[in-house]
Design a protein around this ligand. Structure first.
Ligand SMILES: [Zn+2]
Length: 236
């Protein structure tokens, strides 16, 4: 997901593995041109890798690529969305906790971008399902205060829950939610990734879904993501 130099010739590589979750490994000599690892440690490389047990960081001893997502890398917009996914996963997942579902979601997301799927709904689906996996899925069914079923009202990023039109205005930081957004979120949670293909929300609904989920994510993971600035500059 990320690489940074270590000393003269090595690198620290932040990877995601299904079994061990997010981890920092060391790629010894990877910045020397004759290294076997050159080119294998680029972000967006799905690898089979073997790590040894190190004192602080585990060195990568062997690696071979499984998938490299070439179409995603070659297109500025897809690359920007892919970078957002890598950064989001990297910032939300804890170190060294098994993450098979989060891993599979990320690979499916990158694969869909690589195949040229529209990123709008795809990113919302991925965010929702990642949040679900982390136990932070926003609840768009019952009012956080009175418990009534809500069709439209307010969303509190702090509570991660919707509020009805009566209770919403008193929830701190609550944002308005339209009936279409409530229904879209409920559907997205239930839908399989394959069902997204060919679906496109109106620009207004897409903007609303994005704004609500970003507010929710920013409340729980308040570090600013560099990739979001890139996405905003592409949209502008
Ligand atoms: Zn209420």
């Amino acid at each position: 997901m990320r690489r940074r130099p270590l000393g003269e010739a090595d690198e620290i590589v932040t990877c995601l593995s299904p079994e061990q979750g997010k981890l920092d490994a060391v790629a010894k000599g990877s910045r020397r041109s004759q290294s076997r690892l050159v080119g294998l440690l680029e972000p967006f490389t799905y690898l089979h890798a073997q790590l040894a047990r190190g004192k602080t960081l585990d060195p990568i001893t062997q690696a071979r690529p499984v998938k490299t997502f070439p179409a995603l890398r070659a297109d500025l917009e897809r690359l920007a969305y892919g970078s957002y996914l890598l950064e989001l996963w990297s910032s939300c997942l804890p170190f060294r906790e098994p993450a098979p579902r989060a891993f599979s979601l990320l690979v499916q997301g990158l694969d869909a971008l690589d195949r040229g799927w529209s990123p709008t709904l795809l990113c919302r689906w991925l965010e929702l399902h990642l949040l679900d996996e982390l136990g932070y899925a926003p609840d768009f069914s019952e009012c956080l205060s009175c418990g009534n079923l809500v069709k439209q009202g307010w969303f509190s990023p702090a509570a991660g829950q919707i509020a009805c039109r009566g209770c919403g205005p008193s929830a701190p930081g609550a944002l308005p939610v339209s009936p279409r957004a409530v229904s879209a979120f409920r559907h997205l949670r239930r839908m399989a990734l394959s069902e997204l293909q060919g679906r496109a929300p109106t620009p207004e609904l897409a903007a609303e879904l994005q704004g609500l989920l970003r507010a929710h994510l920013a409340h729980h993971w308040p570090h600013s993501l560099r990739s979001l600035k890139v996405l905003e500059s592409l949209a502008g």
